[in-house]
Design a protein around this ligand. Structure first.
Ligand code: ADP
Ligand code: MG
Length: 903
């Protein structure tokens, strides 16, 4: 076991507690003696006696606690406040071999908030790294808190009763259960944190202005106007009264407790205000003020200071640089924004990263009748992020659909995990603006070039997580209003009901383009429709009821279509004729919607006034400006429905990977420096995962080449090996189908000449047998700094970029992912056996893809990997060209914590 290690900074973390507050956790140092002693002395006699089994010499205990070597003796403290007061201590001490004893003490006022659980998990990670596999905890039988902590820690504990004490044993390794337990804990903490903003009992507005038309003035006005159910405290040092309400000159002057402080003072004053809020015991800070990380260096420092102030005090922060929050729940009625109007109440949880867009969203919601449950503008996301909100909305009964306007991800992998879980029960619709960081990627490989072309990575992330991605704000609203009022369609069969032919045909075209199925109506359905529609009506799909159609016939037609079960969705289009009134049609459609069961309904009123108010009256019927909008929204919803109904698949257990051997190859290569691997190491690395690289020999002369060709069997391929030569064939460095010694000798000469004239230095030649003829594919991976490994499968060969026929996913792949990728390719038809060609071995293709996924998941040091081509044939797959670039990977963080990037 290693002796003393240096101070392990990676265990310094901010943690979120069950009640939504935060604490700082860090390793103990030898200098902590006095503080630890003060902490132990602050404990109640009961706590001391439970911790130390009776009377204790606290001086000795403190000495013992700070005697750490970060290997055999390791301790953590949790601190709070400007003095960084210690409120909890946890430690392990190795008792020999791979076992260690653990002990905890938590200040009485801080108990039952889950502190010890987190510290236990962090200790376990530290211990495991030191080779300690078992923790032992001895607990007095009356120490219920500790017993419950150990039982509910997520670790599988074994209990043994001894004389007067109970002994617990638990493994230090992080099992799937422990990780899941942590995720649940984090969700509890996130919900509690968001509740501080959306369900406060009292709100102070710091910078509340007497003047309407200012941000501070409008926020205060909105709080009163919308009838916030808690206390409102305007804070303004220069006024006794603000908008006819008593004002306070500072937060300290408020006698009651302040849950939420809304800060609208100029950026330069925000940190002073935040410190006052910390002293006054405020729970949450909503910083509207701009002038932080979005404005450069000074702003970044100002934001860091703000977060630090909040962290020290356990305060949670939304913003800075944001537009505010709204909660439409009847028992809260909070509108802490400066929006001119309030959005109608409804089932949509709306997050906007941009403040400016937030205003537009609220305005639009009001205009089109989009019902909101709560709205949060997260601004710079210094603390509370989109992930926290999604977890909140997942559990919020008032929210049916989550709408996101995102500009960046803090932690995309965590977003993906959370979104995938939430999307299984509540739709998430996202508009992601801006190019992904993928755009900046190196592209020394085909895969790199393909993945840098657009933000395919974000697409992949959303697709895998079941998030509906829209391209425009309009689409975001459209899908939101559809899914917040209609069932998720079971499939893509759509029927169109119209009173005008043209719009009906346009709609049918738009449906088809969007991937929906405009179904043929069976004769039985037509017969029923003919009973009440005009003889001139067209009974196909679209059902054109012609201009004379009454409001009634809309309802009757929808009812027949629903009853006959011929479609999963219906689009009703209304063009104002002379006789029928839009209001009546709206009313009849709402009546039909009420009985439509799991068929989704959408309406399009092509009138100058737009959809009549009757339609929105009970929020049951969505309307769209144009038929194509309805088609697009339904197509999104149907795709989402398919995602929800699909089998998620499993990450298969593959036969025979040798990860340890691969790690050794990687470590050896990295010791010589990062960069592209030579052919032997590529061979070894792919071999460890059973990836079928075609046999090859490195040779230095024509004579060796001929010998290698004879050994491998003709015909062969011959390739130049030269550092920096990325696309060999472009420089004349590849000769294929050489069928005898003379052809090989000739090939060597030609390659030497070509490479010399291209200015590269030839390091040798590669001789390979020819692969069995087949379809050329590309498989590749780029390790993205924030997304992790991104894997691609596409049409391959030297023109891969040109074809740009590629499917992209984020690893790890499930068997279903792999098969979906393959089927989604345009070139899939070729693999299946196009025009009489024999079908390729598809199972071998997906198997190789899954093996590749396992390789890059196990080894984050693989920065870029390009298998191109992988030749797929009826006999299996053969990789004939492979490139791998390694880079030392940063150590993985011990456990999830709060803080930029990690949440
Ligand atoms: P590069 O991609 O650097 O130009 P490759 O090794 O991929 O070089 O070779 C270029 C092309 O030659 C491949 O796309 C493939 O069509 C063909 N080729 C190369 N090696 C073989 C082989 N062993 N069997 C069949 N075809 C091959
Ligand atoms: Mg190639």
């Amino acid at each position: 076991m290693p002796a003393t290690s240096s101070y392990p900074r990676e265990y310094e973390v901010d943690i979120a507690l069950r009640d939504g507050s935060t604490l700082h956790v860090r390793p103990v140092t030898a200098q902590d003696g006095p503080e630890v002693l003060a902490f132990l002395r602050s404990l109640s006699p009961e706590s001391v006696s439970l911790r130390f089994f009776g009377q204790a010499n606290l001086e000795l205990a403190a000495d013992w606690a700070v005697d750490v070597d970060y290997a055999n003796r390791f301790g953590l403290v949790a601190t709070i406040g400007p003095e960084r007061t210690i409120v909890a201590h946890a430690a392990y001490i190795c008792t020999g071999g791979d076992r260690a004893e653990v002990a905890f003490a938590v200040a009485d006022a801080w108990q039952e908030r889950g502190i010890a659980t987190v510290m236990l998990a962090h200790l376990a990670v530290a211990a495991e790294q030191q080779g300690i596999t078992v923790f032992v905890a001895e607990v007095l039988p009356g120490n219920y808190l500790m017993i419950r902590l150990l039982r509910e820690s997520g670790y599988p504990v074994a209990v043994r009763a001894g004389e007067g004490k109970v002994t617990f044993e638990l493994p230090t390794s992080r099992s799937a259960e422990v990780v899941e337990h942590f995720e649940r804990r984090q969700q509890t903490a996130a919900i509690a944190a968001v509740r501080r903003f959306l369900c406060p009992r009292s709100v102070a507005v710091i910078g509340a202005s007497r003047k309407r038309g200012t941000v501070g003035g409008e926020i205060l006005h909105n709080l009163y106007r919308d009838g916030f159910t808690g206390e409102i405290y305007p804070v303004n040092p220069n006024a006794v009264k603000v908008q006819a309400h008593q004002a306070f000159d500072s937060i300290a002057g408020i006698r009651g407790e302040v849950d939420l402080a809304v800060v609208v003072v100029p950026a330069a004053q925000v940190n002073a205000v935040a410190r006052e809020c910390a002293s006054a015991g405020v729970h949450a800070l909503l910083v509207i003020s701009a002038g932080f990380a979005e404005v450069g260096e000074d702003g970044i420092l100002r934001q860091q200071e703000l977060l630090e102030t909040c962290r020290q005090a356990g305060i949670r922060l939304v913003g800075p640089n944001c537009f505010g929050v709204i909660n439409r729940a009847d028992d809260v009625r909070l509108n802490a924004t400066f929006a001119v109007h309030s959005p109608p109440a409804g089932g949509i949880g709306f997050l906007s990263q941009s403040g400016g867009l937030g205003i537009a969203i609220i305005e639009a919601a009001e205009r089109i009748g989009l019902g909101i449950s709560s709205f949060v503008s997260v601004g710079n996301k210094a603390d509370i992020s989109g992930n926290d909100l999604i977890e909140y909305w997942e559990a919020d009964a008032a929210t049916d659909v989550v709408l996101l306007y995102l500009e960046s991800f803090g932690n995309p992998r965590r977003f993906a995990r959370i979104a995938r879980r939430v999307a299984a029960s509540k739709p998430i619709v996202a508009l992601k603006s801006g190019r992904s960081p993928a755009g900046a990627r190196a592209s020394a490989s085909h895969t790199g070039a393909l993945l840098s072309a657009s933000d395919v990575t974000v697409d992949a992330l959303f697709r895998q997580a079941g998030v509906i991605r829209t391209d425009t704000l309009q689409e975001l609203f459209d899908v939101g209003s559809l899914l917040s009022s209609q069932p998720v369609p079971r499939g893509g069969r759509v029927a169109i009901v119209t009173n005008a032919g043209g719009p009906g045909i346009l709609c049918a075209d738009a449906c088809q383009t969007a991937g929906l199925d405009v179904v043929e109506l069976p004769p039985a359905v037509r017969t029923r429709l003919a009973e009440f529609l005009a003889p001139e009506a067209s009974l196909g799909n679209p059902v054109d009821m012609i201009a004379t159609a009454s409001a009634d016939s809309y309802r009757l037609t929808v009812e027949v279509l629903v009853e006959e079960g011929v479609c999963d969705a219906i689009i009703a289009i209304f063009v104002p004729p002379l006789v029928t009134r839009a209001e009546d049609v709206a009313r009849e459609l709402c009546a039909a919607a009420a009985g439509a069961g799991d068929v989704a309904l959408a309406s399009v009123f092509l009138t100058s006034e737009g959809a009549p108010g009757e339609l929105h009256a009970d929020g049951r019927m969505p309307s769209f400006e144009f038929p194509e909008h309805a088609a697009q929204a339904l197509a999104h919803a149907a795709r989402y429905g398919r995602w929800r109904a699909r089998t998620p698949g499993v990450i298969p257990q593959l036969a025979g990977p040798r990860p340890e051997e691969a790690a050794a190859v990687i470590a050896e290569a990295l010791a010589e420096g990062a960069g592209w691997l030579g052919p032997e190491r590529i061979d070894a690395l792919l071999g460890c995962y059973g990836l079928p690289l075609i046999p090859s020999r490195v040779v230095q002369s024509a004579r060796q080449a001929v010998a290698a060709a004879r050994e491998l069997g003709y015909p062969v391929a011959l390739k130049a090996l030269a550092a920096g030569l990325v696309h060999k064939s472009e420089a004349g460095g590849v000769r294929v189908a050489l069928d005898g010694p003379e052809a090989v000798r000739e090939g060597v000469r030609a390659i030497m000449d070509a490479v010399a004239s291209s200015g590269h230095r030839l390091d040798g030649l590669l001789v390979q047998p020819m692969a069995h003829p087949g379809v050329e594919l590309l498989m590749g991976v780029v390790h993205d700094e924030s997304f992790g490994p991104v894997i691609a499968l596409g049409a391959g060969g030297t023109s891969a970029e040109l074809l740009a026929d590629v499917a992209v996913r984020i690893t790890p792949l499930t068997d279903v992912d792999a098969s979906e990728m393959l089927h989604s390719l345009r070139s899939f038809a070729l693999l299946e056996g196009y025009r009489g060609a024999p079908a390729c071995d598809l199972a071998a293709v997906t198997d190789a893809l899954l093996r590749l996924s396992a390789l890059v998941e196990d080894h984050p040091q693989v920065a870029e990997l390009d298998l191109n081509p992988v030749v797929a044939s009826p006999r299996g797959v053969a990789i004939v060209d492979a490139r791998i670039r390694l880079q030392a990977a940063p150590p993985s963080p011990p456990l999830p914590s709060l803080g930029p990037g990690s949440y």
